[in-house]
Design a protein around this ligand. Structure first.
Ligand code: DAT
Length: 140
């Protein structure tokens, strides 16, 4: 039992499709605390920083175009083992491979537009939380 924080984000397709409240409720029902929350359009430079690890991938341009295509909901979550717990709730990157009952299986159809982001590990969680939230914006 390890108290952790992680970064979750409802992507533009999820916001557009009115999934914000349903997804937030899943987190709360799971016992996680929503300690930071904002809706914003991500500036291109911030998107490139957020996805820096994918810079050399062939889909990088599309990925940045998509994530900046409309408002996202940035979420700071706190809970026991929330980093892997969130990843489990999301399901596989490609919704076709996502386990039944996961957010992506229930709400997404394509790998490019897969509704939700969640930090992959502790290092990414700290880095991504820092990109989107200042300390004063988070509940204690
Ligand atoms: P995840 O979002 O499950 O952590 P990731 O970090 O490997 O997956 O990739 C980040 C995002 O990049 C992913 O949510 C959608 C996009 N992506 C990944 N692989 C892709 C591919 N083969 N084609 C198009 N988009 C892809």
């Amino acid at each position: 039992r390890d108290m952790q924080r992680t970064y979750a984000m409802i992507k533009p397709d999820g916001v557009r499709r009115q999934l914000t409240a349903r997804i937030l409720q899943r987190f709360i029902d799971k016992g996680y605390r929503v300690i930071g929350l904002k809706q914003l359009v991500i500036p291109r430079e911030l998107a490139e920083q957020h996805y820096a690890e994918h810079r050399e991938r062939p889909f990088f341009g599309e990925l940045v175009d998509f994530i900046t295509s409309g408002p996202v909901v940035a979420i700071a979550l706190e809970g026991e083992n929330v980093i892997t717990g969130l990843r489990a709730m999301m399901g596989a990157t490609n919704p076709k491979d996502a386990a039944p009952g996961t957010i992506r299986a229930d709400h997404a159809t394509t790998i490019g537009e897969n509704v939700i982001h969640g930090s992959a590990n502790e290092e990414d969680a700290a880095r991504e939380l820092g990109l989107f939230f200042g300390d004063a914006e988070l509940l204690r």
